[in-house]
Design a protein around this ligand. Sequence first.
Ligand SMILES: C[S@@+](CC[C@H](N)C(=O)[O-])C[C@H]1O[C@@H](n2cnc3c(N)ncnc32)[C@H](O)[C@@H]1O
Length: 281
Amino acid sequence: MRPSEYDFLSVFLLRSSGLTLGADEEYLLESRLVPLAQSWGFLGIPELVETLKKGTEPRLATAVTAAMTAEETSFYRDRQSFEELKTVILPALLQRRRAWQPLRIWSAACSTGQEPYSIAMTIADHFPALWTRAVEILASDIDSEVLTRAERGIYSQFEVQRGLPIQLLLRHFDQLPDQAGWRIKPPFRENITWMRLNLRENLARVGKPDLIFCRNVLIDFEPSTRQAVLGRMAQRLAPDGFLVLGAAESVFGACDAFQRLRDCKSAVFRPTAIKSVSLTA
Ligand SMILES: C[S@@+](CC[C@H](N)C(=O)[O-])C[C@H]1O[C@@H](n2cnc3c(N)ncnc32)[C@H](O)[C@@H]1O
């Protein structure tokens, strides 16, 4: 790949998704974009770049962004986050909300749906009154293809074996005939609202969530984008709400609107304006 093509793709990806390529990630670009170029009938990346530059194929621009923003996910990924959702976050939120008030949860880069479904299963299993009464789960992603898969709620044997305990598989999924995989039961699919949303853009459409799960996506953004996204999330999140990041992520050095919750082992944050960041203090 020519340096000019690498540079063009770096700027394109930064603008379209906030993804930053390191100095030497030609291999990553080639491993993901050569198959895409071939599937579009191009001879290789140079032709793909030429078409992108002309701006005549918006579907290609979306496909390139999707190919580069890895969709890796699994059920109950970083199990500790879900343990603390159950033992710390939901009890604290429920204590402060009146029974009729809906609890709003936003899974901000939901990929193929395992994260919002894991949140929904945690609530259904441990807070049944909340599940049947008043919880609103919004799940968004920049990639419309992963959203279509998420909404369908069908997972292969391999996918359900990653992180999903067998008893939850049997309780919450229906096995499809002819080894076509497993489909999560209708109440889970019906109780989640799916939205295509680029985190780099205005977040007004997500309303005022009480809890944001934004895991394993900010890590790919350059520092200034990370800072801007966290700042906008701080404006959206309820003042007594919670932000959950991925195990390897932090707001440290990026945003002082959030502070880490001392009671949690996973990456749980609260708005700084909350006086104490310990629930037990
Ligand atoms: C590694 S997956 C994380 C999925 C899930 N949150 C988890 O932790 O298992 C990252 C997701 O972020 C999405 N993504 C990347 N850039 C984005 C952006 N600018 N806005 C919204 N979603 C984005 C990708 O499409 C992908 O589905």
